[in-house]
Design a protein around this ligand. Structure first.
Ligand code: GAR
Length: 201
């Protein structure tokens, strides 16, 4: 199975979905390590409960951003990943990181890119008044949420939604989309033609 390292900053429900999938026969991917920038991230507990090694790379322990990016890349490289999955990782990774693993880095984002990139994809979609939003799994390049798109799912915005209720609805679709896409990329590979990511050899 493809070796997957997950980077997560938060509660880790996307990580939990990957951990639930990776024992299924034929899934083709296994989470072999978790890296977080936050010492208290719930994702760390999920990893430990699943018996997956988890490490913290806290920016406070590094002199500057490039050093933290290199430290994060070193921590990920220890696990010899075939794929790196950003699942609720809330910091921007610079070329010192991306250059080490590109094009094998996937990110999940809670909006239909290229609309509403950045840290507040759900809030920004709600503020804009769109009636449909969703989630996007894409390859990571050195831009912010700009890499080639692998998969998307649409989610309706309801009239009485707030950011929390909309994000919960998106996350249901997002977990399924992320698991499916990681499995497909792990089993079949991916290549990029122009701006388009194509899963398969
Ligand atoms: C997910 O919705 C993910 O798309 C989002 O954070 C949430 C993490 O949830 N990521 C971003 O907004 C990245 N800019 P989780 O910790 O429960 O997996």
């Amino acid at each position: 199975a493809a070796r997957v390292v997950v980077l997560a900053s938060g509660g880790g429900s996307n990580l939990a979905a990957l951990l639930a999938a990776h024992d299924e026969p034929g899934f083709g991917a296994r989470v072999v390590g978790v890296v977080s920038d936050r010492p208290r991230a719930g994702a760390l507990d999920l990893a430990r409960d699943a018996g997956v090694p988890a490490v913290v790379v806290d920016p406070a322990d590094f002199p500057d951003r490039p050093a933290w990016n290199r430290g994060t890349a070193d921590a990920v490289a220890v696990f010899r990943p075939d794929l790196v999955v950003l699942a609720g990782f809330m910091r921007i990774l610079a070329p010192e990181f991306v250059g080490r693993f590109e094009p094998r880095i996937l990110n999940t984002h809670p909006a239909l890119l290229p609309s509403f990139p950045g840290a507040h994809g759900v809030r920004d979609a709600l503020a804009h008044g769109v009636k449909v939003t969703g989630c996007t799994v894409h390859l990571v390049d050195t831009g912010v949420d700009t890499g080639p798109i692998l998969a998307q799912a649409a989610v309706p915005v309801l009239d009485d939604d707030d950011e929390a209720s909309l994000h919960e609805r998106i996350k249901v679709a997002e977990r399924a989309l992320l698991v499916e896409t990681v499995g497909r990329v792990a089993r079949e590979g991916v290549h990029v033609v122009g701006r388009r990511a194509v899963v398969g050899a």
